[in-house]
Design a binder for this molecule. Sequence first.
Ligand SMILES: [Zn+2]
Length: 295
Amino acid sequence: MATRSIRLSILVSLGIILIALSGWLVYHAFRPATSFNGQRALQDVAAQFAFGPRTPGSTAHAEVIAYIQKELVNAGWTVEIQSTEWLGFSVQNIIASCSSSAPRIIVGAHYDSRLLADQDTGLGRNQPVPGANDGASGVSILLELARTLPAGSVPISLVFFDAEDNGGLDNRQWIMGSQAFVKSLTVKPEAAVIVDMVGDASLNIYEERNSDPKLTAEIWAQAAALGFAKYFIATPKYDMIDDHSPFLQAGIPAVDIIDFDYPYWHTSADTLDKVSAQSLQAVGETLLAWLVSKK
Ligand SMILES: [Zn+2]
């Protein structure tokens, strides 16, 4: 009897090991290809928010440039600062690449924040926009893509645009950084994807009307395939002037991924508590999967 019970317990143990092993195999075979981490992206938003508004010429503006550069270099990317002028205003775009080939795809976001919260109805109207969602969220998506894009993927550049968000103030135009960048391009990429205001905890990204229809369809379909159709709503709603506009004007297919149903847009209430890791996860995971599919 003793021998039989030992045999039995060995068999039971083997069975448990086999079940555990097959569970491990199933998990690793079917886990999502992405390792995009929305929590880590939220930490990037928090870091930018802690610098204060990244308005032109401010200390926070210089600090965010240094932060973005450091994170990119740590992730193994080559970084170049494009220091130039647009209509007499200083522009410092940050351009990151991970391949010596010309980029086929540009993924961009603006990192500056607005000098005045002019959509605010209260006293905050005289303050700069804190820019947790408007600015910092897009940057955080690009930084987490830099950390997670698999080696050997399609050659892309990540471009962090300056001077997007101060149109109509001090004779500034909107989207000056991306205008300067597109003018400097020597080889046209196949596509440009812009992310802007993508961290809202209540995320509603409608199709943007000026965007390239094919690119839009591809990215919204990718989102739906990952179970994010409730965030990426396949209905056109707003038409935007954003960093995708100069690309479109240059004949480069471009798409603006933006949640313009954000009640705190250009107000002093665009603060860290309005941004969620879950929303960043949905956008980042979608873009990462779409980029991987372009191989
Ligand atoms: Zn803005």
